[in-house]
Write a new protein. Structure first.
Length: 96
């Protein structure tokens, strides 16, 4: 579980990142979660966009992705979700 200070730090780090995944009308599925897990192992911090044609609530999508990938939900702002998971092999982000 992340503290408020750690979440603030991660939000600042994620500000300049571009979203690398999109959740569309297909919603959250096992294939998407697997790809997000792999990306988190490499990058530790990623952004995901929820498209307008997705019928799901963006907060629910964020929770599903975080639970499925074993990650922390840092922020849901607009249609962008920020996820963090500490890498086992390529740790680059030092939390305060």
């Amino acid at each position: 579980m992340l503290t408020g200070r750690q979440k603030r730090f991660l939000r600042a780090q994620a500000h300049h990142l571009n979203p690398i995944f999109q959740v569309g009308k297909g919603g959250v599925n096992d294939n998407l979660i697997r790809h997000i897990e792999e990306a988190l192992e490499v990058r530790e911090l990623i952004k995901v966009t929820v498209l307008n044609n997705s019928g799901e609530d963006r907060n629910d999508v964020g929770r599903q992705l975080a639970e499925g990938a074993g990650a922390e939900l840092v922020q849901v702002i607009g249609r962008v979700i920020v996820l963090y998971k500490e890498s086992r092999e390529r740790k680059t982000i030092e939390l305060p």
